[in-house]
Design a protein around this ligand. Sequence first.
Ligand code: ADP
Ligand code: MG
Length: 728
Amino acid sequence: MSKLRFDVVQDAFKKKAVIVETPDTRPSEYFGELVFNREKMYKYLDVKTFNSLIDCIDNGKPLDRETADHVASGMKTWAIEHGVTHITHWFQPLTEGTAEKHDSFMEYDNKGGMIENFDGKSLVQQEPDASSFPNGGIRATFEARGYTAWDPTSPVFIQDDTLCIPTVFIAYTGEALDYKTPLKKALKAVNDAALPICKLFDSKVKKVYSYLGWEQEYFLVDEDLYAARPDLMLTGRTLMGHASSKNQQLDDHYFGAIPSRVAAFMRDIEIAGYKLGIPLKTRHNEVAPNQFELAPIFGETNLSNDQNQLIMNTMNSIARKHGFVVLLHEKPFDGINGSGKHNNWSLGTDTGTLLLAPGKDSKGNLQFVTFFVNVLAAVQKYNGLLKASIASATNAHRLGANEAPPAIVSAFLGKTMTDVLHKLLEVPSDTPIEIAGKKGKSVGLVEIPEIFVDNTDRNRTSPFAFTGNRFEFRAVGSSANCANAMTTLNAAVADQLTAFKKDVDKEIAKGKDVNIAIMDTLKPIIKSIIDVICFDGNGYSDEWQIEAKKRGLDVETCVPQMFKAFTEKENIEMFTRMGIYSEKELEARNEVRWEMYTKKVQIEARVMGRMAINHIIPAALSYQTKLLDNIQKIKDIFPDNYREMAVVEIDLVQKISAKITEIRDKVNSMVEARKEANKITDEYQKALAYYKIAESLFAIRRPIDKLEEIVDNDMWPLPKYRELLFIN
Ligand code: ADP
Ligand code: MG
């Protein structure tokens, strides 16, 4: 086994970059090649069908069966030209990742042969046998019926030989069983709430979009080293491993040159992404060794999230071509920065205005401040809920650790916007908000820069930071489906905007000018948020923990407990008011969350137990035996003073014995705790019990990591951190 590790490491080190096959045309030419986008629709559908489909996509008009048949037929022609033989409904169940069931196009032609067939019915709806997807008790298994229904707002695409149709996944009783359905409802809610407010500023606005630009962080490890680590393979993270002598202290990886094997992988993933219509823009090294980031140009939230799901799947298969495995886990290595998925979020209109960016004039600025303040108010009111939306067993390792957002949701504004809010409280409500510099320097004016060019005062410790034309929700985990966070944020903002509009209308009804009515409504909100949710200080500091609690923010750190926010009375009311989740759905989803939490920790605990007993203790015993042999031999030759001569060996033997005993005892009590936890039937209580077990895994790892420090390097069975992190 020791020889094996040595060989694996040598082989990994010798690997060279794979040559990437680059298409002979430019990216702009093959961009979207595998997507049935508007260009393809126009080419493959007749004019009437095309117009109906566009009306369906843009305005939510229903598609009749006949049109769906025509659409399917056009898609089939296009797909077959690309060698496609199968179709699948592609959906996002409450497990991780996406699900698909492939059916071939083949059907009997009733003339003794076969024919490729694909009609509107199989495009629009399917019934996967979905009994094994988590549903939190919504469907008892005997009525395991759920169906998938096409989401025309997200384009159909090709993967390998399969035509993939993005769908929602719903129980026959109507409850959502996926991430996409509630997200789409939240996007509708935010449009419905924001539109009437936009109309106060510009009557031409017809639609408000929610935008998402995700930044996906990930680690790459060599696939052979990965295969020698059962913990990485089964849990996605290392459950043990002593810190490497060099880790990230030099910060030399961040924005450093990208290693050639990795660069080849990145090129490959970009080509695949472009073909799938994903506008990938940024690639770079991250802070930790072997950690990288990938980000597209932002887009409409539902589509952008589909693209994130798609790229997460694609990354893994492409990585294998390059001899890598992608780790999307939030904290694969202890003591090394974890991975997040920053969700850059904003709202914008169909007329091209970004609602969270300064405007062109005082009217535009008032609109900006209106949305800015209301977003903050929503984040304040629902801070515990937003935290619940990003909480998971895996993200728990990242939240609150010193490199990641703290387990308290607060908002970073930056000095400029903080000053603006303070100023607005001082001046009369009819004071225009001018663009800085335009009117020269004058006292008493509220001024805003036209664009925020200076991003230097960005605060990396804030989970929700204003970055000039958007907010960046940084607490989202790298492996998460963004939909959970985006549904919650858009819903909360929609609810706040709805309440705000009602209050403005009351002021207008008193005969006030619109702008004054808006400002008079904004002022008390500004007062209520400025010293609560707004926090520009160090989110990692101990003082902030105390201060945040005083301010009434949610400071809960136990993940199963955080989920409770979803079923708190005012949050249920908000979600039902906005038409996003019913109470039953919220309860069911929490059941799923607790169950998933429990299962994740349970798997980790089992893997930890087995590795400790089957890998670590035997390796330590072998080394101990070697030491004892040595002591025995010394004693044979120098019977009188062998104790002095073998002082190091004897000391090591004792240390190893102590560590082995400690590991064995701790594993035993962890197994006992698991047995007790498994008897609990209530999912919440069970998750709480597993929360304690998760903590106990750290206690087991400590003596193991100590052993790694003293056991003969040749005899250590697992690739070490220095090997996992520095070979590429
Ligand atoms: P940084 O790492 O400096 O935060 P990146 O350039 O890596 O920035 O990523 C920023 C992300 O934010 C990109 O996906 C970008 O398209 C997106 N983004 C930029 N403006 C907006 C906006 N108004 N709304 C949503 N996302 C945006
Ligand atoms: Mg960012």
